[in-house]
Write a protein that binds this ligand. Structure first.
Ligand code: PA5
Length: 419
């Protein structure tokens, strides 16, 4: 199970302060554990049985098996919450998957879109247009060009067979599916994009890529049970939520998520969106940023150690070794003999410990330890951060489920394009 430790050599938040903040936020935790009427249209993710129960999992597995049998590639058309959860797991874990997952609907760049279309040449593929609000420009426009590409390659019947849409019941996307004979699967009406990992939105692309979605959901369920059953004193999500709000009150306006494991790179995007879109409102919020170490230590490392005291750091630390590579001497005088016979796992860990010691002299560091990086633990991470984001947003005093700022820019974009 996920474990949290704090390393803060400046003792910015004392243990007493933290436990008082957790006590003060107990009513918020209790409301989150029970679910709130005011957020009824956004909390379908709280109980995983609702959108990731046995019926959904079997349906997804059946669809995924059909796609694996007839496709070399699967195009995930989706942006933001309709893309990030699936992509973070697939990029981290789907090594050597039979079906290549290709991403569309997340850019307006003709260069990137042409590249995406080119990557489909000579391949049989299935597309999945994932959109809760089927008005968003990026997925809508990508869906069009992919329909055009399919019309050139397949008969109308075959193209329809290879088109899936993940949309809400009663939406124009569902109507399009009915009319054109596309396969329709539900985007939960009571879950916003960034909270949709445990539903058709996140799970179907993962299953197509060969991810063990049952293990992922099990991880989410175990985490849900822990967070719903633990009181304020020991609740991990409340601890993290209270802590980051205390840091924020003390002037730390940025949270840097970091890991010494590049497999987390796309998960960072999911986390940045979750917290950025949920909390950045009403002139408030911690700005989420992320860095892949050790590479970024040679870039932003200087600022972190020596720049303005803006941020606290949250590390994801994988404890168990899943890969080994020992470095040997070749007898040449390169002055790296101190590395002789050391495993990169050990070297990477030493770099993590050293960074933690250095950075915690300057800023508070929060460390999440997880045993392994597999589907089960991704499930734990998704549920943990979704729940913590909800609690943290409530402590901050904003609505963690809407995104009025995003809607505002969309309005201006539609105007610019003459919609
Ligand atoms: O989390 C969210 O609500 C957003 O990031 C959406 O997922 C994103 O804007 C895409 O929306 P849609 O799927 O409705 O096109």
């Amino acid at each position: 199970m996920l474990n949290i430790t704090i390393k803060d050599q400046k003792n910015l938040v004392t243990p007493e302060e933290l436990s008082q903040a957790m006590k003060d936020a107990e009513p918020i935790l209790k409301r989150a554990q029970a679910g709130e009427e005011k957020y009824a249209d956004s909390q379908g993710w709280l109980d995983l049985e609702k959108w990731a129960g046995e019926d959904t999992l079997s349906h997804i597995e059946k669809l995924a098996a059909e796609i694996q049998a007839n496709s070399d590639a699967f195009v995930l058309i989706g942006v933001g919450g309709s893309n990030n959860a699936a992509r973070s797991v697939i990029k981290a874990l789907a090594d050597g998957s039979k079906v290549e997952i290709i991403y569309a609907g997340n850019t307006l760049s003709p260069h990137a879109l042409n590249k995406m279309l080119k990557s489909l040449e000579g391949k049989d593929y299935t597309i999945d247009c994932i959109a809760k609000n089927f008005e968003t420009l990026e997925p809508g426009s990508s869906f069009r060009i992919l329909r055009e590409a399919m019309a050139k390659k397949y008969s109308p019947e075959e193209a329809a067979k290879r088109t899936i849409c993940t949309g809400t019941f009663g939406s124009s996307l569902e109507k399009l599916c009915e009319k054109e004979g596309y396969t329709f699967v539900p985007f939960p009406t009571d879950i916003g994009g960034r909270y949709s990992a445990f539903s058709f939105v996140g799970l179907l692309p993962m299953a197509v890529a060969g991810i063990d979605i049952r293990a992922l959901v099990r991880g989410g369920k175990d985490m849900a049970a822990q967070l719903h059953e633990t009181g304020a004193e020991d609740n991990l999500a409340l601890k993290y939520a209270a802590l980051r709000n205390l840091y924020n009150q003390k002037g730390y306006v940025l949270e840097m998520m970091a890991a010494f494991e590049p497999q987390f790179s796309w998960f960072f995007k999911w986390w940045v969106q979750l917290f950025g879109e949920s909390e950045g409102k009403d002139g408030k919020g911690i700005f989420p940023v992320a860095a892949e170490y050790s590479e970024e230590l040679h870039a932003v490392g200087q600022y972190l150690q020596d720049g303005a005291p803006l941020m606290f750091e949250t590390f994801l630390n994988v404890k168990e070794q899943d890969s080994s590579l020992v470095i040997h001497s070749d007898g040449k005088q390169d002055y790296f003999d101190y590395l002789n016979d050391k495993d990169f796992f050990e070297i990477n860990k030493a770099a993590f410990e050293a960074t933690l010691t250095a950075h915690s002299q300057k800023m508070p560091c929060v460390i999440f330890d997880l045993d392994r990086l597999d589907a089960y633990h991704f499930g734990q991470l998704f549920y943990f951060f979704q729940f913590a984001c909800y609690v943290s947003g409530e402590i901050l005093g904003i609505n963690p489920f809407d995104q009025p700022g995003v809607e505002a820019y969309k309005g201006w974009m539609f105007r610019a394009l003459g919609k």
